[in-house]
Design a protein around this ligand. Structure first.
Ligand code: LLP
Length: 428
């Protein structure tokens, strides 16, 4: 029998740790949750979310700042409630997300609405709700928003998303601030478009916005983007258009696989120095972090269904799949996979795969695991862009979700049934 391989301490997960060889989220053993609620099961730590938020709050101490959680990362109501109660606003990208904010008790006045394709109906819904700002991404959208607002006898507060043409050095699918991306308006065109926005009767220019990408693990792209944004604020204000707030987007990476992203407070120390040096210390600051607030606050607990040895590969077939954890299939993303209980079992190298009928349905490749069928494992760093991107492919119900706070575990989403999935369908 090979030696027990003790998984390293759980990287980047301050509230998820082994206690007496049993993986716990805060004070709750995950195997108990797996037995009580079944698998696949997403489990989140409230303390980890608040801890991640704390790093931004420390970074902004003494400043006029608003943290708008980018809820696309995880839009479950119980997660939104944590951030709403902590005083956060929300970055939304659809009318559906706005309904979720309201349902979770969030404050519409602290909502900013991003995205390249807002519909007229979504604009009207957001104006009715009294959201804080529209982050507009094109001239055509400025025209439509102004018309919609005028039709309602209102003016819409707007920022324009400026594309600083900075390479965030991340996966191409999640780079957003380069020329050639669909997002934002070109840096060179920004002043002219601000002048145009200021001329439209249905709009009130309040800010400037920028977001360069996601899972950014170095500081330089942020510093470069801030220089470009501040340069623009100077020229827009010189043209007589006051900028009340600077929204610097989201994007800060997390530790998936020994990644070392900058810490939010340290990063903001450097960014604030740039803002102050340009004489903008009194401007309101906004940010839209998603992944860095929830990613390492969550795990997906899964059961090993079968071990399937092969000539070229051994497969470890689990009950979670690409419909629950789409990031490996979509971005070749790495998620650490660890057992819930550390036991003496033979070790082998496995590809960890799900039951979905696609070769792309893999969760981890070439992983050394000491496991047997029936064991539970945890897929780490699963708090962001997993449940919110989950699908019903293969008519698999979406997983249940549990929020842990101290020794208490609450179900925040029931497991989806086939009946839930067929609701709204009918025979022809
Ligand atoms: N603001 C805007 C305008 C965004 O487009 C995004 C993310 C965020 C904020 C939040 O970025 P974060 O802080 O989470 O990096 N599904 C991909 C990530 C897509 C990110 C899209 N935009 C993944 O699983 O890696």
């Amino acid at each position: 029998m090979s030696p027990i391989s003790r998984p390293p301490s759980v990287p980047g997960h301050p509230f998820i740790a082994y206690q007496a060889d049993e993986l716990q989220v805060e004070g709750v053993p995950l195997s108990r949750l797996a037995q009580d609620h079944g698998t696949p099961l997403f489990v989140y730590s409230k303390a980890a979310m608040l801890d991640a938020l704390g790093a931004y709050q420390r970074g902004f101490a003494g400043r006029h700042a608003q943290i708008c959680y980018a809820m696309k990362a995880n839009s479950s109501l119980g997660v939104l409630q944590v951030f709403a109660q902590a005083g956060c606003g929300f970055d939304i990208v659809s009318g559906g997300e706005l309904e979720r904010v309201v349902a979770a008790g969030g404050d519409a006045a602290k909502v900013i609405f991003s995205g390249v394709g807002k519909t007229r109906a979504e604009m009207a819904q957001a104006l009715n709700a009294g959201i804080g700002c529209f982050n507009v991404e094109s001239e055509a959208e400025l025209d439509v928003l102004s018309t919609v607002a005028l039709g309602m006898g209102l003016t819409a507060p707007v920022s324009i998303r400026v594309n600083p043409n900075v390479d965030p050095k991340t996966h191409p699918y999640i780079s957003t601030g380069l020329k050639g991306n669909k997002f934002g308006v070109a840096h060179e065109d920004a002043l002219r478009i601000y002048q145009y926005a200021a001329s439209l009767k249905g709009l009130h220019v309040v800010g400037i916005d920028c977001h360069i990408g996601s899972q950014i693990t170095t500081t330089e792209p942020y510093l470069d983007a801030m220089d470009k944004v501040l340069e623009l604020v100077t020229s827009i204000e010189a043209a007589g258009i006051p900028i009340e707030h600077i929204d610097f987007g989201g994007g800060l990476g997390i530790d998936y696989n020994h990644d070392t992203p900058p810490q939010a407070d340290a990063l903001w120390q450097q960014l604030l120095a740039k803002i102050d040096a340009k004489g903008f210390a009194d401007k309101k600051l906004m940010i839209e972090p998603g992944r860095s607030l929830v990613g390492n606050a969550g795990v997906c607990v899964t059961e090993v269904l079968y071990l399937k040895p092969g000539e070229q590969k051994n497969f470890c077939i689990i009950d979670a799949a690409m419909n629950d954890l789409p990031r490996p299939a979509m971005y070749q993303a790495f998620h650490a996979i660890v057992p819930l209980s550390i036991t003496a079992k033979p070790q082998a190298i496995y590809d960890v795969v799900g039951p979905v009928c696609e070769s792309g349905d893999w969760i981890g490749r070439d992983r050394a695991l000491n496991v047997a069928a029936g064991d539970f494992m945890a897929v780490l760093s699963a708090g962001a862009y997993c449940m919110s991107m989950a699908s019903n492919y293969n008519t698999r119900g979406r997983a249940a979700e549990v929020l842990v706070a101290g020794d208490t575990a609450r179900v925040i989403r029931q497991r989806e049934t086939a009946q839930d999935q067929m609701r709204g369908e009918q025979l022809a």
